[in-house]
Design a protein around this ligand. Structure first.
Ligand SMILES: Cc1cc2nc3c(=O)[nH]c(=O)nc-3n(C[C@H](O)[C@H](O)[C@H](O)COP(=O)(O)OP(=O)(O)OC[C@H]3O[C@@H](n4cnc5c(N)ncnc54)[C@H](O)[C@@H]3O)c2cc1C
Length: 416
């Protein structure tokens, strides 16, 4: 099978790169094992929340120059990043993904346990807060579905009470949701979302919300509406008597799954081929050039392309893998940045900065992965498979995924 570009991994970075290339007329295939980090998303894309020295960042574009030289943002360069972010909201809009926020400035949002955290662009479900203290309502009802244990109204109510918000906790009893409780593993956010794909069930929840909203300024609900489309969100927002403020429960993430689906649909609409449930096993080389790859499901047929993109994620997605005394990248056997002393991979205090979070594939400044120190000429690495940054500590995971993807797509297009 022959394509212009084959992308290994269909998470945020692989899809962003694939869509951008298809838009410009390239013929791409994305091969992806399965779920991506988007299925676990908080509901916001982070660009840069903190510098490695711990300094909080509110204007991420201005802070790029203060990052180390190996950080993916420094390899792209501030000027290019400013160019890419200028129309990033419109660009995602073409896939039907509405992102709230100002590309120049971080905003705040509420975490599943009621902590106010900064974010760059929030999904449509969520209302960005201008400042850390600016919760817009004085009296709220924090409502949860009976038996849904992935949402913590008490934590949220306690955290908001500290900000002077009067909170009461309410339980919503909806028979169709109740049915999920017969099997505890079914009572998850994605299954609740499926219940509300029915308009009749939406009407039920709307009635309950309106009944309890008389004495409050707003109702807080878990973000479990709209797995395939934003219609359920729009319906509730349009017909509820008081504003409804959504907060993410713990994963799986309904807004994240919706974003993943939308991106996949857009890639396929543009003519791309998405091989879901297949795993790239091995790349074949002639010197510094990839000449083909094989996959689990197509072991007898090779995939050929002019360019290849490694977007296989970090440990979480098995883009890099740790053994007892080594960390390796399984497709190319690319060079991986990590400490040779295993004891230095992690800190015993789980809340400390964890060194292993920064481990990943080494590349040159053009994002070509290195093998024994030599750049692979026709391959690029993007997103969370990369080394040089700590997505959790710096709060920059999605920004790196999106911006390295756009940059590599651009590089491939310019090289024609
Ligand atoms: C649990 C979790 C939650 C996160 N939440 C947030 C958040 O809320 N906000 C934020 O900004 N960042 C978050 N991040 C950071 C996240 O890494 C980035 O936001 C971004 O989504 C990473 O995208 P990616 O495409 O690089 O990797 P991934 O999303 O990990 O996607 C990699 C894909 O490659 C596939 N794959 C791997 N190996 C192969 C192979 N050999 N062949 C074929 N396919 C393969 C995997 O199945 C997966 O689908 C989170 C990360 C994790 C792990």
């Amino acid at each position: 099978m022959r394509y212009d570009v084959v992308i290994i991994g269909g998470g945020l970075s692989g899809l962003t790169c694939g869509i951008r290339l298809q838009e410009a007329g390239k013929n791409c295939a994305i091969i992806s094992t399965g779920q991506s980090a988007l299925h676990f998303s908080s509901g916001a894309f982070d660009f840069l929340n903190k510098l490695p020295d711990g300094t909080r960042v509110m204007h991420p574009l201005d802070a790029i120059k203060r990052l180390g030289g190996n950080h993916p943002y420094r390899k792209i360069g501030e000027e290019k990043i400013r160019e890419y972010v200028a129309d990033v909201q419109d660009w995602f809009g073409k896939s039907g993904i509405v992102l709230h926020g100002d590309v120049e400035k971080n905003h705040y949002c509420l975490s599943p346990i009621g902590i106010i955290k900064s974010a760059w662009l929030s999904f449509d479900d969520f209302e960005p807060l201008e400042t850390a203290d600016a919760f817009p309502y004085k009296r709220v009802a924090v409502a949860n579905f009976a038996g849904f244990i992935d949402f913590y109204p008490r934590f949220i109510a306690d955290a908001l009470a500290e900000k002077g918000v009067e909170c009461r906790i309410e339980i919503l009893n909806i028979p169709a949701v109740e049915k999920l409780r017969t099997n505890p593993t079914e009572m998850r956010s994605a299954n609740i979302a499926r219940v509300f794909d029915s308009e009749a069930q939406l009407e039920n929840v709307l009635t309950l919300i309106n009944d309890l909203s008389e004495e409050v300024d707003a109702v807080i609900l878990p973000a479990v509406l709209g797995l395939s489309s934003v219609y359920p969100l729009e319906y509730i927002r349009k017909y509820s008597e008081k504003p409804v403020f959504f907060i993410s429960p713990v994963p799986p993430s309904v807004p994240g799954i919706r974003v993943q689906k939308r991106l996949q649909e857009r890639f396929v609409e543009l003519g791309g081929t998405f091989f879901l449930g297949d795993t790239v096993e091995k790349a074949f080389f002639d010197g510094d050039t990839v000449i083909g790859i094989t996959t689990n499901n197509h072991s007898d047929i090779q995939f050929y392309a002019e360019q290849y993109v490694l977007a296989s994620g970090s440990f979480f997605s098995k883009g890099i893998i740790s053994r007892s005394n080594e960390i390796y990248e399984p497709v190319l056997n690319a060079d991986v940045e990590y400490d040779s002393q295993r004891d230095n991979w992690f800190c015993k205090n789980v809340f400390d900065v964890q060194p292993y979070m920064s481990y990943g594939v080494k590349t040159d400044t053009g994002f070509h992965p290195l093998r024994d120190g030599v750049p692979v000429r026709n391959m690029f690495a993007i997103g969370s498979v990369l080394s040089g940054y700590n997505p959790l500590e710096e709060g920059c995971g999605s920004g790196v995924a999106i911006l390295t993807a756009l940059h590599v797509a651009n590089t491939i297009l310019i090289s024609d």
